[in-house]
Design a protein around this ligand. Structure first.
Ligand SMILES: [Zn+2]
Length: 130
């Protein structure tokens, strides 16, 4: 279980760049295709806010939806029903700090059938050592 991180809004605003703050702390969405060279390969992805491990590199797949996509959660992910914007979706947040990450949709590849559609600015890639 990840340790819970709580910071004031002002603290997050200070620690994060403007776009990361907008997406992760205000449930924003980055523009699609804003990460043409999004890192992938051996390694894992951590929360841009608190560093909790969220996804493994081998769970990333190319969905062509414009956002980094993963077939399963690899770590401290929480899921909530999201009824904003007139839709019923499942919001995905970081369990460690409640950062908004993106949404999960039931149209991913087997065997999970899930597509975690995640804002790239919410993630940092940690390459496998060695
Ligand atoms: Zn976090």
């Amino acid at each position: 279980m990840a340790e819970k991180i709580t910071r004031s809004d002002a603290e997050w605003r200070q620690r994060l760049d403007a776009e990361t703050y907008r997406v992760t702390r205000q449930a924003g969405t980055e523009r699609p295709f804003s990460h043409p060279g999004f890192p992938k390969g051996p390694g894992h992805y951590v929360c841009a806010c608190c560093g909790a491990r969220l996804f493994d590199g081998d769970q990333k797949f190319e969905s062509f939806c414009g956002w980094p996509s993963f077939s399963r959660a690899g770590g401290a992910i929480a899921e909530h029903e999201d009824r904003s914007h007139g839709m019923i979706r499942t919001e995905v947040t970081c369990e460690g700090c409640d950062a908004h990450l993106g949404h999960v949709f039931p149209d991913g590849p087997p065997p999970t059938g899930l597509r975690y559609c995640i804002n790239g600015v919410a993630l940092r890639f940690v390459p496998e050592a060695g």
